[in-house]
Design a protein around this ligand. Structure first.
Ligand code: NAD
Length: 295
């Protein structure tokens, strides 16, 4: 008998993740601020609960997939939150791109309750959530990670479910992935603009980068989807990309590492957000350079 999974946050990511849990045979209890986001799941047999507390009370383990640390804190520690419903010894997995402070406070305030808490943020875009091919970076106790592996495997690529360390390590890994990813975007857009202005054909320049040691997934895959399909990945809002860059810089500051490049990338993304809006896709800042490239 599969455990019942409680799932809070049925947006771009949570929508696909829950459909895959359902397909894999996990009974679901779900909630979201937008009830309409659960319609398809309910038609497939999931139960709706009006609050996070009721989700937690009706499930064997609870997953949160929410936009920001503030949303996670509200859904877990706020009125009607997970902590009001979860049983002693219960499990909470936060799969949001977030920071350890929320879970640390929960642990400190509930020391005697034997809660199992893991951070397990993901990469792979909303298409990976829909296809069940996410990469999952788990921070927590090894025994918990093993026990929960079937749950993770329902949502992610089994080869890329990585136990990356103790509590909080998953969050740190995920923030560093996005920091490097967004740095690739800015670095790539700059060199394309300069090379094209210097007279090189855009396609030739891109192919040359792909053939060189400077190749990256951004150069090889995303430049094409931007230039050929105008796809800036609207499944991941630019506002959330800026949230991640801010959290990444906060993390650097908290551990005393100077990050000049990260700060510049953050500013480029904030300029993109001012220009194109919160709901533009995560890769929209590339457009700041497209006029120069002449596409
Ligand atoms: P989203 O905005 O599409 O979805 C978030 C959902 O949470 C919404 O449906 C919203 O109504 C709901 N919600 C907010 N507060 C709530 C509360 N208190 N109780 C119940 N529901 C609540 O966001 P998303 O794109 O699915 O991202 C979720 C997390 O995953 C973020 O931390 C994001 O950074 C991360 N992430 C996103 C992507 C992507 O490609 N979209 C990829 C990797 C990681």
């Amino acid at each position: 008998q599969n455990p019942t999974v409680g799932f809070i946050g049925l947006g771009s990511m949570g929508g696909g993740m829950t459909r895959n849990l359902q397909r894999a045979g996990f009974p679901l209890v779900v909630t979201d601020l937008r009830p309409e986001s659960a319609a398809e799941l309910i038609a497939g047999g999931a139960r709706w609960a009006p609050t996070a507390a009721e989700v937690a009370a009706a499930s064997d383990l609870v997953i949160t997939m929410l936009p920001t640390p503030r949303h996670v804190s509200d859904a877990v520690s706020g009125p009607g939150g997970v902590l009001e419903g979860i049983r002693d010894g219960g499990t909470w997995i936060d799969m949001s791109t977030s920071v350890p402070e929320v879970a640390d406070a929960v642990r400190a305030a509930n020391a005697g309750r034997g809660l199992h808490i893991l951070d397990a943020p993901v990469s792979g875009m909303s298409v990976g959530a829909a296809n069940g091919t996410l990469q999952i970076f788990v921070g927590g106790e090894a025994a918990d990670v093993e026990r929960l592996r079937p749950v993770f495997e329902a949502m992610g690529d089994p080869e890329r479910i990585l136990h990356v360390g103790g509590n909080g390590a998953g969050y740190a890994v995920k923030l560093m992935i996005n920091q490097l990813w967004f740095s690739h975007l800015v670095a790539t857009a700059e060199v394309l603009a300069v090379g094209v202005k210097a007279g090189v054909d855009l396609g030739v320049l891109r192919d040359s980068l792909v053939a060189s040691p400077a190749n990256s997934t951004f150069v090889e895959r995303d430049v094409l989807s931007i230039l050929e399909h105008g796809d800036y990945d609207e499944g991941f809002a630019l506002a959330l990309a800026c949230k991640d860059l801010g959290l990444s810089i906060d993390l650097a500051r908290s551990v005393g590492v100077p990050v000049e490049l990260s700060a510049l990338v953050d500013q480029v993304f904030r300029r993109g957000r001012a220009q194109y809006g919160d709901r533009a896709g995560e890769m929209a800042p590339f457009q700041l350079y497209e006029d120069l490239i002449g596409t």
